[in-house]
Design a binder for this molecule. Structure first.
Ligand SMILES: Nc1nc2c([nH]c(=O)n2[C@@H]2O[C@H](COP(=O)(O)OP(=O)(O)OP(=O)(O)O)[C@@H](O)[C@H]2O)c(=O)[nH]1
Ligand SMILES: [Mg+2]
Length: 319
């Protein structure tokens, strides 16, 4: 059956306290009664930013001053396909009002999950909550050294960490020490599924699991649902379209895409380059971190091609 596809510009408007503005959709509209990020259909001849500016003026009586791309999501509803181009609006003039009679509310980012949004919106909430950098742990000498490096990384502003070790299983003492520290500092710690036992995911301070590409391709939805029901984030490493399609089917919370540039750790392997990366990121229905041969100075470029930011080991792991 032919399904109509519509292009929509939507805004995560953020105030100086870091809260996000949400609005309630009228009961008689598609996904009526649910909360949304204000916005609407892109009209013929409009750029996304034109449409966003027009819609926010119509719906909220504000004028956009600064807006940057956040995430693009394509979602297939039973009756239509919606392509949402979501931008973050960090500066605007005027005081937002429900100009079409709709309720509006400022909400702390961490409270967004308590509101009912259309099903297309789940990745948008993740994109708002995830930071620009994803640290993948590198080599360390012993447990104390690992903890020291993680602490230094957190002190430098890192908020999301994947513990990657070659030891299987990861020593429980180490995981507990790291999880404790991450819990205290409000940092999200992900563990590789392959090298730990299930009980680890019940530890306070463990935020989720990162799947290798082999685990991703081998995985079924029931396993993922079980993790997500426990409140765990599920991430995976992807390198091509096939793997991204699998990550989409499993509704993962985020992925890494690599290698963007050639790296010393994979000699002889070409990088995807930014152009191919951009196409692959568009295909992904969750936030994507660019990985491989990048440094913190690449975060602007990474966001320009639609990704969440940059992941890395060598540039981010303290010595
Ligand atoms: N604005 C907005 N639309 C969303 C979100 N999530 C989501 O699935 N949608 C869907 O995207 C489409 C956007 O349409 P809209 O109703 O806002 O369009 P519009 O402002 O131009 O209004 P109109 O219906 O009067 O033309 C709807 O099908 C809506 O269900 C969201 O967070 N914000
Ligand atoms: Mg609208």
């Amino acid at each position: 059956m032919y399904k109509k596809s519509i292009q929509v510009a939507a805004a995560a408007i953020i105030n100086t306290s870091g809260e996000v503005l949400i609005a309630k959709r009228p009961d008689d509209k598609h996904q009526g009664g649910k909360w949304e990020f204000p916005g609407g259909k892109i009209e013929q001849g409009e750029t996304v930013l034109d449409a966003l500016t027009r819609e926010l003026h119509e719906e909220l009586a504000i004028q956009v001053v600064t807006a940057n791309p956040l995430i693009q999501i394509t979602y297939e509803y039973p009756e239509k396909i919606v392509q949402l181009d979501v931008w973050q609006v960090t500066e605007f003039s005027g005081d937002p009002i429900g100009n079409e009679g709709q309720s509006i509310q400022w909400v702390a980012k961490t409270q967004l999950f308590n509101f009912q949004f259309p099903p297309a919106n789940r990745p948008i909430l993740q994109a708002l909550l995830l930071p620009d950098y994803y640290l993948i742990s590198g080599d360390f000498e012993d447990q104390a050294d690992c903890l020291r490096r993680v602490q230094a990384a957190i002190a430098s502003g890192i908020k999301l960490i994947q513990l990657r070790t070659t030891e299987k299983p990861i020593p429980l003492d180490l995981v507990k020490a790291l999880a404790d520290y991450c819990y205290q500092t409000n940092v999200q710690l992900l563990i590789k599924q392959s090298n730990c036992s299930r009980e680890i995911y019940n530890l306070k301070g463990i935020s989720g699991v990162h799947l290798t590409v082999a685990e991703l391709m081998d995985c079924n939805g029931a396993v993922i649902t079980q993790y997500q029901k426990q409140g765990c984030l599920v991430a995976a490493s992807c390198h091509n379209a096939e793997e991204i399609v699998k990550a989409n089917a499993l509704a993962l919370d985020f992925i890494t895409l690599s290698p963007i540039q050639p790296t010393a750790s994979h000699p002889g392997q070409l990088g995807l380059g930014w152009k191919t990366a951009q196409q692959l990121i568009k295909l992904a229905q969750c936030p994507v971190y660019c990985l491989g041969g990048l440094s913190s100075s690449d975060v602007g470029q990474a966001r320009q091609v639609g990704s969440q930011g940059v992941a890395g080991i060598s540039q981010f792991w303290p010595s």
